[in-house]
Design a protein around this ligand. Structure first.
Ligand SMILES: [Zn+2]
Length: 302
């Protein structure tokens, strides 16, 4: 029953991307599309991550930092610019007693590290799984206490969502979360900066989204991930779905076969390099001087 309570929380918010969205049809009726006004919500997950294309759109609110603000630390990542075939695979919304242990077995068998964005109340319910994640070298990160859309909450409520989960991770797994992922990818630019100041959190989105919460088909999940993953990718998946875990043997082996190396999100961020400056159009302007002198009368041409 507790278990049910835990996941029920995830199903309350049917909209959106990150997780439970359509998880249990039964949940949908509860809050179909939160009243009229909430059309905003689906849009909010400006987590352009939802867009299949890996690159540009993915850095929605993150992008302001690069150019404009001179010394603002980068606080949002949808992917990283790394040298080498490194990728981070992430699993949201657990731990799940039915699926997470099996996933941990698959990872352990291959010696791979993942990052788990856990829901605080589930973490408190399954402390043994939390301990195991930490013991086996995975990163554990904050995905809020009960999976609400944080952009709709005031600062006090958001603080509670993140602090309770921060504490739950420490209490159950004995580690301190360094990064967070907002449910549905919904977190305003101001909230991202604020969470970074308050907990040191970087906000982690994703560039590879197999829509595993929606398409409960292992073959689809595997092929989408294999098709879209590139060096520096942050892969989004959910360890609360059986079909997602079913997809993992083929997915993990497929990525390994392509030469990818698995690291945790924090390890991937540590490898991130500033985006190389755009190559200047190496054209005319530089060379003309001498030549210009030499051939001063190019007049006729145009
Ligand atoms: Zn989620």
């Amino acid at each position: 029953m507790l278990r049910r309570a835990c996941f029920a929380a995830l199903w309350i918010l049917p909209l959106s991307a990150c997780s439970a969205q359509t998880p249990q049809p039964g949940a949908q009726p509860a809050v179909p599309a939160p009243t009229g006004s909430v059309q905003v919500v689906p849009a909010t997950p400006q987590s352009a991550p939802a867009t299949p294309s890996p690159s540009p759109a993915a850095a929605p609110a993150a992008s302001p930092a690069p150019t404009s603000a001179p010394h603002q630390p980068k606080v949002t990542y949808s992917q990283c610019n790394v040298e080498g075939p490194y990728v981070a695979i992430t699993f949201d919304d657990g731990p799940s007693p039915e699926n997470t242990p099996r996933l941990l077995d698959l990872l352990k068998k291959r010696g791979l590290k993942a990052t788990f964005f856990v829901v605080g109340q589930c973490a408190m319910e399954y402390p043994d799984i939390m301990k195991r994640m930490a013991a086996e070298g995975h990163e554990i990160a904050n995905h809020s206490w009960s999976h609400p859309l944080l952009t709709k909450l005031g600062e006090g409520a958001v603080t509670e969502q993140l602090q309770r989960t921060h504490d739950a991770i420490q209490q159950t797994a004995g580690v301190t979360a360094k990064v967070m992922r907002p449910p549905y990818g919904g977190f305003t630019a101001n909230q991202r900066v604020w969470a970074h100041k308050k907990w040191g959190y970087k906000t982690i989105l994703w560039d590879v989204d197999p829509l595993d919460w929606k398409v409960r088909n292992a073959g689809h999940v595997e092929s989408e991930i294999l098709k879209r993953t590139v060096n520096g990718s942050i892969i989004l998946a959910h360890d609360i779905h059986k079909s997602t875990v079913d997809a993992m043997p083929g997915t993990l082996d497929g990525l390994l076969a392509k030469g990818h190396k698995f690291v945790t999100v924090s390890e991937l961020l540590a490898m991130d390099r500033p985006t190389p400056p755009k190559p200047k159009p190496v054209t005319v302007e530089k060379t003309p001087a001498p030549a210009a002198v030499a051939a001063p009368a190019p007049t006729p041409a145009r």
